[in-house]
Design a protein around this ligand. Sequence first.
Ligand SMILES: [Zn+2]
Length: 547
Amino acid sequence: MALKNLWRLSLFRGALWIAVIWAVGGAVSGAQAAVRSVIVLVADGVGVAHTTVARWVSPSRSLPVDSMKVFLVRTYGAESLVTDSAPAATAFATGHKTSDKFVGVLPGPVTLPGIPPVPPERQQKPVATVLEGAKFLGKATGIVATSNVQHATPAAYSAHWPDRNQYNEIAEQQVYQDLDVVFGGGRKYLRPVSQGGARTDGEDLIQVLKDRGYTIVETREEMLRTQASKVWGLFAEDAMERDLDRAVFAPWEPSLAEMTAKAIEVLSRHPNGFFLFVEGSQVDWASHGNDPVGVVTELLAFHNAVQMALDYARGREDTAVLVFSDHGNGGMSLGNAMTDGTYSRMAYASVVAPLKKATLTAEGIAKQIGDNRTESRIREVLRRFWGLEDVTAEEVARIQGYQGPHLSNAIAPIMSVRSNIGWTTHGHTGEDIILYTYGLDMPMGTMENTDIAHACARAMGFRLEDVDAKLFRPAQEVAAHLGGRISIDKSDPENPVLVIQKEAGGAVRFPFSKDLMITDGKTSRLIGPTIYAPHTGTVYLTLEKEP
Ligand SMILES: [Zn+2]
């Protein structure tokens, strides 16, 4: 044996021993008893400065997370030091770093050092999420977001597809996931084009939800009133309104905190505990727009939701709460190039007061101005909703001359200048983010975003690899198990079906993206949907039935 191989063998043995010692040590030292329920709350696109500024602006000058344990988390993806939401969420939902725009699947080619490459035949393979693991254990599950619920972060917990923008595909998988509570926007991705929706496959997924016993709610009042144990809230065709702008533009919508409290109320009635994912989706969008009003108000609305989770978890011994972001955004800073060295200018009043006066986000201001970009209209709106009397002729001219798709981009700098907030980019940034925990037994330190997934799974008492092996078996392997051969029925090209033709006669059919198994015309429900991996053409499925 070559010296190199000997070294490899001893390294392998060493790793094995470390694993054994770790496992035994964990058992001996009495690792945390499994928690019943886990609540994960993610504020999308939040760096440290976002949180600092929000804390200053909050009425109590404190945030619910201030009393939680704190960790630092590395956010990079499989090929990039700056991540998109989709691979970031896949990392903390499944425990795997993945490629740009992928949700809930393994990466394509890996280019960053330190991340194990994936062999070609396994690239883009679906991988089990923490939510699916909880469901597998018989727990109730829920998703809450202020974007459309098919958006990257909620999608990474509940769907598997190498393109986050395929909302129709993601929506279908989510509907067939047997979730207990879903609150957010995105109604149009559940309805066929013929009914004014976005679905090109002709499927009416709202009818499917009704047939499956869901109560559909479309307003805050309907949501608060329902006593249903399976409830799907569709509050907007696409994204919900920003928190600060809701009263003006969409007063029927619930707040993120109200959705979170209701989701906990519904899920906590379940005897086996629950997993709930909550996203403050639009802090990210306000950061892309470099809008400090949007960032602060969306983030404070998120922290109101965190308070709901902590109110539930405190005083119980059985619920863990994790709060974190997926990546930084905007390079937001408290202090900007204009205030270099003049710290006396950075008084409380120079940062907080302008932000506190605002009653609409930059996006809301843009909507109020609309196409009527006269100087008097611009001045009137900025006076009424931002309390500004000192708008310059140059600022007015910049709004009037703006040609791009987001008028708010010409409006937001007016507030950034007055509140001494700096920005370096309209895109994401690659620094570490903060993880806050309650009720979770973890060693102190820094970690990878993938570690968050394993910590959640470990807390509930399962291993993601074990769930993965049960949920996503290659069709070839399942066909061998059933004694048959596979083909794909594309007679309806928008709704393909995996067919396993048994040698003993008869066929078993598995429609793509659904949790259905059809044998001799008899339909039974599986514990998760059948997933097609377009890159390799492999179909992955489970034979485990819904209990
Ligand atoms: Zn994001």
